[in-house]
Design a protein around this ligand. Structure first.
Ligand code: ZN
Length: 202
């Protein structure tokens, strides 16, 4: 299904951070595969003057999700560290909206909407449809998509720009099915870029 991007559309890319990529402390095995395609989505939305949001884990060094604090995960995405940074190969303009989540020691957050200004910023920019990609499919992407649907946004999942951390257990496929059952619409770059008002800028 081709999609004609219009005013009121926004791109949200979830947790594209070094620690979630190969070489990071909590790596999605093939997470780096989506960097080029996500860069294309970003360039396309930017060329159409549409809002772009980037969520990121931004944890204090003693965050509750870390094993040293009794949590289930290795330390990752510690605020202002290399692991928390966006990968150098991900291309995006400097005026995107960066949404930091799980920024306090006591609380974790899988959704980009949890205790962040994301919903308010989307509402104030007139957003009605969101297009969501990033990492990892069955955790932060899934929960961000579920919240977007709950909050009333028409929600598209960028099926070619997500990757699962547990690909061997089909966690990503199950998450995609769950998102679709809830009302999210899977799409891909060719469908989104087919009805361009401007030439594709690459
Ligand atoms: Zn985290």
């Amino acid at each position: 299904m081709k999609i004609n991007l219009t005013a009121g559309d926004a791109l949200i890319f979830v947790d594209m951070q070094n620690d979630f990529l190969p070489g990071g402390s909590l790596a999605v095995p093939s997470g780096n595969e989506i960097i080029p395609i996500l860069s294309r989505y970003i360039a396309f939305f930017h060329a159409h003057g549409l809002a772009i949001f980037a969520t990121r884990d931004w944890h204090p060094p003693d965050h509750c999700s870390f094993m040293q604090q009794g949590g289930p995960l290795p330390p990752h995405c510690i605020e202002a560290s290399w692991g928390a940074a966006f990968p150098a190969s991900l291309e995006f303009p400097c005026d995107i909206n960066i949404i930091s989540k799980a920024t306090t020691r006591e609380k974790d957050a899988y959704s980009g909407f949890t205790d962040t200004p994301l919903n308010g910023l989307l509402k104030s920019s007139g957003t009605e449809r969101v297009f969501i990609g990033g990492l990892a499919t069955e955790y932060c992407v899934l929960n961000t998509v579920k919240d977007a649907l709950r909050l009333g946004y028409a929600t598209y999942i960028l099926a070619d720009a997500v990757r699962a951390i547990n690909s061997s257990s089909n966690g990503g496929l199950h998450a995609l099915e769950e998102m679709e059952d809830l009302g999210a619409v899977p799409t891909h770059f060719e469908a989104v870029s087919a009805c361009a008002r401007f030439p594709v800028p690459f």
